[in-house]
Design a protein around this ligand. Structure first.
Ligand code: ADP
Length: 512
């Protein structure tokens, strides 16, 4: 059967060879094994179910989170003469009845739906009247509470699948699986260990950069001006920020399109098309833009502000360079970004447990912005791949500058945290060390501590940056939500005992 898969790849899709992971997943699916495929964005997940759908005798149901994308996906398949359709709330009752009849008559091999559709009796009836070969769950991380896009209706999928009369093969696919997410998906769908296919997350053609302590506006203007001929996406964290950045660029005569959830469907799809067909080189957008968009020649992604999670960041950054050509992913960081994201988490209607998890993820994202390690390595460690070498390309790898021994200063920070019995956060610790006479310091009599004023040659801001770095390097662990308290990890204890040293780049303690 697999030789047919190769034929289809060539004849229908025009590709000579499978990409890493595709062949293994397709073989498992064709053998009727339930599988979980974890591949990076742009890795080619769709083909993993589209080709089996054509070979297997019955229908393949594709569960997809976004109704707005189904039409595009189906149109692309129809163009390749692959019989595909979708069922969603944009159809009229008549259209829906006709489509259902056509599906029963065997006119389609692939049917795209959103997970909520399983709740409809008419869909249940349809399932009972067709031969169902495969259920492909796209963006499967939406099933896990640990995922960054949890959707309760995704969590009900295992129940619906279990109820089916003849159980079809199940293939779950995602680009963002931390070990926790992976475990959840495996448990919910009862997937055997040997049927989990994880392909390398490393994107050799991406160059990651983190810029701190810069004037974002100025940086963006000169960056975009140096890339006039190239396509790029600028991600902003709020609708307001999208408008601000758009205005900034338009004022300087740079033509841009913008995209966010507050725009009408029509305006959004026009903006999306203008970008996809290269009529507009630059698009400024919130994270509402991009899922499922297959534009291969995006040369750069700028995050104007820090996103909320590493998962979201890697997915958005991963939209650059799908064609394999060198591309850049630049993240502009300012401490204000943490406040914006904290505010957004607090404002959300999520329950306390969920919010706490989001704060934890935000702290990990913040640590990424402060680490001195290879950025690619940092990202891949986060996703559970500990084997990866330094990339040699990212802004940390190419950073020149001398390393200086900051063991003594690190010991001062750690002693200070210990002295206050790990009850205070970054600002107070920095104030104690700099010898500030702020109200809180006097109120709690922190000026009487032996660590008070130990780093008086530094500014409070420099100490705060140093603490951020020590946090990113896992000497310090923050606990709590918007204003986390700091505690020491085992790694810090070794430094306090004088068993290990702390070396940092000279430039890390930013000048005010
Ligand atoms: P994902 O869903 O993993 O983000 P897609 O399925 O959208 O990725 O595929 C990304 C791009 O890679 C598409 O343009 C697709 O046509 C292309 N692609 C997929 N498989 C192959 C292959 N074996 N050879 C070359 N290109 C491929």
């Amino acid at each position: 059967m697999f030789s047919r898969a190769k034929e289809q790849l060539k004849q229908l899709f025009g590709y000579e060879t499978f990409r890493t992971g595709q062949e293994e997943i397709i073989k498992k699916v064709l053998a009727g094994e339930d599988a979980l495929g974890i591949m990076p964005t742009g890795g080619g997940k769709s083909i993993c179910y589209q080709i089996p759908a054509l070979i297997l005798p019955g229908v393949t149901i594709v569960v997809s989170p976004l109704i707005s994308l189904m039409k595009d996906q189906v149109d692309a398949l129809t163009e390749l003469e692959i019989p595909a359709t979708y069922l969603n709330s944009t159809l009229t009752a008549v259209e829906e009845r006709e489509r259902q009849a056509d599906i029963i008559n065997g006119s389609y091999k692939l049917v795209y739906i959103a997970p909520e559709r399983f709740e409809q009796p008419s869909f249940q009836q349809l399932l009972a009247s067709i031969q169902l070969s495969l259920i492909a769950i796209d963006e499967a991380h939406c099933m896990s509470q640990w995922g960054h896009d949890f959707r309760p209706s995704y969590l009900l999928l295992p129940k619906w699948i279990q109820r089916l009369h003849d159980k079809p093969t199940v293939l779950a696919l995602t680009a963002t699986a931390t070990t926790q997410v992976q475990q959840d998906l495996q448990d919910y769908l009862h997937i055997d260990d040997q049927n989990i296919v994880v392909t390398g997350f490393a994107r050799e053609n991406l160059q990651f950069q983190v810029k701190k302590g810069i004037d974002k506006k100025q940086f963006l203007l000169s960056y975009i001006s140096s890339k006039k001929q190239e396509s790029g996406i600028i991600y902003a964290s709020t609708r307001k920020e999208v408008e601000l950045v758009e205005e900034l660029l338009l004022k300087k005569g740079i033509s841009v399109t913008s995209y966010h959830g507050g725009m009408s469907e029509k305006v959004r799809s026009e903006a999306q098309e203008a970008f996809i067909y290269d009529r507009s080189k630059v698009i400024v957008a919130t994270n509402a833009f991009g899922m499922g968009i297959d534009k291969s020649n995006v040369r750069y992604i700028v995050h104007y502000s820090m996103p909320r999670t590493i998962e979201a960041y890697y997915q958005e950054a991963g939209r650059a360079g799908r064609d394999g050509e060198d591309s850049e992913c630049v993240l502009l960081f300012s401490p204000q970004d943490i406040r914006t994201q904290s505010f957004l988490i607090e404002q959300s209607d999520r329950d306390t447990e969920r919010q706490e998890m989001e704060f934890q993820k935000l702290q990990q994202m913040t640590a990424f912005c402060h680490t001195e390690r290879c950025l690619q390595q940092y990202l891949l460690h986060y996703f559970g791949d500990k084997t990866i070498e330094k990339c040699g390309r990212c802004s940390n790898c190419v950073q020149t500058g001398n390393k200086v021994d900051r063991t003594k200063e690190a010991q001062m920070v750690f002693s200070c945290i210990k002295r206050v019995r790990e009850r205070f956060g970054k600002t107070i610790i920095a104030q104690i060390l700099v010898g500030s006479s702020s109200q809180k310091i006097t109120q709690f009599e922190l000026n009487k501590l032996p660590t008070y004023g130990l780093l008086k040659d530094w500014t409070q801001k420099q100490i705060a940056s140093f603490i951020d770095l020590l946090t990113a390097e896992e000497y310090i662990s923050p606990t709590g939500n918007s204003y986390p308290t700091l505690s020491l990890t085992e790694k810090a204890l070794f430094v306090l005992k004088g068993e290990t040293i702390v070396e940092v780049l000279e430039t890390i303690v930013e000048k005010t």
